[in-house]
Design a protein around this ligand. Sequence first.
Ligand code: NAG
Ligand code: NAG
Ligand code: NAG
Ligand code: NAG
Ligand code: NAG
Ligand code: NAG
Ligand code: CU
Length: 588
Amino acid sequence: MAPSKMLLPAILELVALTQAAQVNFALDLTWEKGAPNGVKRDMIFVNDAFPGPSLIMDQGDVVTKIDVTNHLPFNTSLHFHGIEQKGTPWADGVSGLSQWAIQPGQTYRYQWTATQKGTYWYHSHDKDRIMDGLYGAIQVLPPADNDSPFAMISDDPDDIEAMKLAEQNANLVVLSDWDHLTSDAYMQAVMETGYDIFCSDSVLINGGGSVYCKDPEELTALQPPQVRAVVTEPLTDKGCDPFMATLQGDWDHHPEKLPGGLNSGCIPSQGTNSTIQVNADKKWASFNFISAASLKSLTVSIDEHPMYIYEVDGHYIEPQLAHQVPIYNGERYSAMVRLDQQPANYTMRVAGNGNQVISGFAVLGYEGGEQTTYESVPYIDYGGMNTTASVIPLNTNNLPPYPPILPADDANDFHLLSLGRLNSSWKWTLDGTTFLPANLAAMEPAILDPNAAGLESALKIETMNNTWVDIVFQLVIPEPTKLQPPHPIHKHSNKAFQMGADRGKFTWNSLAEASKESPQSFLEKPIYRDTFVTSPAGEAWIAIRYHVENPGAFLLHCHMETHLSSGMGLVLLDGIDAWPEAGPIEAY
Ligand SMILES: *[C@@H]1O[C@H](CO)[C@@H](O)[C@H](O)[C@H]1NC(C)=O
Ligand SMILES: *[C@@H]1O[C@H](CO)[C@@H](O)[C@H](O)[C@H]1NC(C)=O
Ligand SMILES: *[C@@H]1O[C@H](CO)[C@@H](O)[C@H](O)[C@H]1NC(C)=O
Ligand SMILES: *[C@@H]1O[C@H](CO)[C@@H](O)[C@H](O)[C@H]1NC(C)=O
Ligand SMILES: *[C@@H]1O[C@H](CO)[C@@H](O)[C@H](O)[C@H]1NC(C)=O
Ligand SMILES: *[C@@H]1O[C@H](CO)[C@@H](O)[C@H](O)[C@H]1NC(C)=O
Ligand SMILES: [Cu+2]
């Protein structure tokens, strides 16, 4: 017998009271027509929403279940991006590593603990389904007595109180790129043409956007100067790079197989601009930006509203004032913003950052200012460039964790990886010779057997528990390609320290040796995060160090969807000496 409607709220309240530290969610995935930017296509909805519903919980909460039911016409999985999965490596959501893929009609139960506060997100980790819309925000709220860095923004106790409240009621802002093609059709175009394509139709903010078409000449002029130095031919009418040998190399290409409208052939359409409503009485608001972009590097700004960036990839930093913030695939930046402008509407701008001249918009609306007609003054233009010399960009080399934390002085292991193309313009590898197996998602999950046959050919790093591991990502730039696009390398499970970076070749045998001979390449305060972006400017390297503390099979990979599916990833067999008993990894 079902409980009466009157009783239900009382029962729910009781559950909430007695099990305050437990949360659960049910996510239903469906494949339906949608038109986020005004153009209809097949796409994924989560509980009928796009982006999916935000999962909000308190630090320390036990997620007793996230039941994911797959009503899609293909396999899928759900990864909780940035969640460290301490002690629950089988809940990391990577088909072929931590679980079998969830087949159509099946439900999979994820169970984990929200050990760290901060902003995270969830997305599919089976093929390129982010491009079909499978993503949503996660926020883990800190406890009230949390040591937050807000006193470094203002020493007024009222401000600090207001900022704490703003943090608890943060606006989760999901940024993404969007294409009219499904992920399957997009990848097919990449494979058939042989080009590394990264052109999008729209930039979406919380799922809203439009297709804007502009004169190619105007778009070309809006390119950042350092990009124009390399992309010497005019951009397409979508603001995308033309296919040039200096960018794509001289492999086999079949431009005749390019679907119309993919890299050029802009047709305008109108969707909506999302609105984020704020109340000036609250004095401060937090905007927690999440890049769910599949292909695009982005830059975000809010007209006339400076941002104090206080959290990076979920972790507090010493706050830094900025008017524009670059955000790469998978990254999160949280911004504390003072609400001291006249009540009106202000434009939030999210522009392509170097790999396409494109923008998306949303409205920051002050309550009570709805009727005020006002054209807010931008910090950045349609191409993401600063509009005046006084616009401050975020310095992404200076993001000291708050409170200070440092890695070990030395590491047990050292791995030097060579990143580059292999055998075609669109195939990428982390070590110059090996691809992540294309059928990874259909293989026996590595967590069941780290010696599984399918993994033999995969690029792997095996580590012992409770050791420190150094990894250097070296960009290799053979002629004629003079550069690589930036690769946002994402590490699953626990975060790592970004130790240093520089142009040129890493010629040393360890970070210790390198920092002795080239101290200027290393950060005094290493950055603690889960995404590490390689330089877009030719031969260069970037070095990270992490502590192995969570035995399991995890991915380390480029978060550009097309690069990941072309093979740009490796398997971390972490703590192989302390491998866990298999957890509940069968779908039902
Ligand atoms: C779907 O997942 C199952 C395992 O759950 C796997 O056996 C099958 O090969 C996958 N299908 C595809 C098309 O990858
Ligand atoms: C969204 O905002 C931009 C910038 O203010 C504006 O040009 C565009 O017309 C708006 N679109 C809609 C659908 O309101
Ligand atoms: C301000 O934005 C809100 C929400 O997007 C909209 O309803 C309202 O018409 C806008 N006001 C003006 C004057 O444009
Ligand atoms: C953007 O900032 C740079 C560096 O501060 C400055 O040189 C340039 O003039 C600025 N652009 C504009 C349009 O003011
Ligand atoms: C790349 O091409 C070479 C030459 O055709 C071939 O020997 C090699 O196996 C290919 N590498 C991969 C990983 O497919
Ligand atoms: C792995 O190492 C971490 C850090 O020292 C430790 O906390 C954890 O208990 C170890 N795990 C196992 C299974 O031994
Ligand atoms: Cu990449």
